[in-house]
Design a protein around this ligand. Structure first.
Ligand SMILES: Cc1ncc(COP(=O)(O)O)c(C=O)c1O
Length: 380
């Protein structure tokens, strides 16, 4: 029996326990402390040194705080990429605001700047005011068309939140994803580029914004000796134990990125001769994806089998894959939301599959996966 190959497993450097042990030895078993400070500094250095990072309990919490800092409140509209994981959009509803979903373009699979422009103009006509924020996602690690999106947002004075949960280490025109918008968010969930078991970070443009994020993430406690509260806060700060895992992971982040990119190259070589299968690769050099997950589209007209038939075949052979994200405008929970669609994300959802990726997937695994893809399409 061959070992099962999983989609994207956590991979440790071996240094994590040193930081955790130090936290226990010094009794910093709380949601603040030297590992939290150290992890934030290491992330800031990695991101290029001109941003301020607040370590939080999840990427979802980071999106929520970004919306709060952007001043999003009840009945405001927030434009959100439709082709994404639910967590990109959920915090809009936490704030009592309304999502306006915008479909993707073909090159990067991320927010279409053309549809974004149309959405903003039509929402201004319909409501008399521009949306309060834009949540753009670098899905599967592929950078979105940030130049165009930022220039549209600046024209209307709209805050941009970059959801870089899947894109730590991806570069757009040489800039780190998460540092180009007004705010960026990162996720350190178990399957991401690095993990803290569960966790996230808000990337802020100034120390003042970071301090606000920390304030709201620690129950908005005012600086009094007693507990004084003048605003509603949240319990979103990262624990010093989780941050210890994060510091251990930072020592191996570059290797993780290199390995994800290596898997993309190997898939690209091996899938080159497979008719009807297209690997999603960067449309130009300026999109330096981290290839968090490698993704393919299946053309049933050519392969004779659809995405679900391939997924079930691979599953039976001990290979975990997953359909691409189901767009938010197709999700029952968002059925009443306004959406600007062009058919791109629906087609991607219909035809697309995520393949095992990351440091726990070996070259041999990739040979086995591609071999099984070929076998699936060669049998009736
Ligand atoms: C695109 C995207 N946004 C947001 C999140 C939320 O991050 P977290 O799971 O850390 O809350 C995730 C991952 O889980 C994600 O993939």
């Amino acid at each position: 029996m061959k070992d099962r190959i999983y989609l994207c497993l956590a991979h440790m450097s071996g240094r994590e326990m040193d930081y955790i042990k130090e936290a226990f030895d010094t009794n910093w078993v709380v949601p603040l402390g030297p590992n939290v400070d150290g992890f934030e500094k290491e992330l800031e250095a990695f991101l290029g040194g001109d941003r301020y990072v607040s370590a939080l309990s999840s990427g979802t919490a980071a999106i929520h705080l970004a919306l709060l800092l952007a001043g999003v409140g009840v009945d405001d509209e927030v434009v959100c990429q439709s082709f994404t994981f639910a967590a990109s959009a959920n915090p809009i509803l936490y704030q009592g605001a309304k999502p306006v979903f915008v479909d993707s373009e073909e090159d990067t699979w991320n927010m279409s700047p053309r549809l974004l422009q149309q959405a903003i103009e039509e929402r201004i006509d319909a409501t008399g005011r521009a949306p309060k924020a834009i949540i753009v996602v670098h899905l599967y690690g592929m950078p979105a068309k940030m130049d165009e999106i930022m220039s549209i947002a600046r024209n209307y004075g709209i805050t941009v939140i970059e959801d870089a949960a899947e894109a730590l280490g991806s570069l757009y025109n040489g800039a780190q994803c998460g540092t180009m918008g007004d705010y960026g968010i990162l996720s350190f969930n178990g399957n991401k580029m690095i993990t803290t078991s569960g966790g996230g970070a808000l990337v802020c443009p100034s120390m003042q914004q970071k301090q606000k994020a920390v304030f709201y993430s620690t129950q908005a406690r005012e600086p009094f000796p007693h507990y004084q509260h003048e605003q509603i806060g949240y319990n979103y700060r990262m624990s010093n134990i989780c941050a210890g895992i994060g510091r251990g992971q930072m020592t191996i982040l570059d290797e993780h990125i290199a390995w994800h990119r290596h898997t993309a190259e190997l898939y690209s070589q091996l899938l080159a001769g497979v008719d009807g299968v297209t690997l999603h690769i960067a449309p130009a050099d300026k999109y330096a994806s981290n290839y968090w997950l490698n993704t393919i589209l299946i053309d049933k007209e050519i392969t004779g089998k659809d995405r679900e038939q391939l997924r079930l075949h691979l599953d039976a052979e001990g290979i975990e894959t997953r359909p691409l994200w189901k767009p938010m405008h197709l999700q029952p929970v968002h059925s009443s939301a306004v959406a600007y669609v062009n058919g791109v994300s629906e087609r991607l959802f219909d035809k697309g599959l995520c393949l095992p990726s990351g440091p726990c997937v070996s070259d041999d695994d990739i040979y086995r996966i591609v071999g099984e893809i070929k076998r699936c399409f060669s049998t009736k």
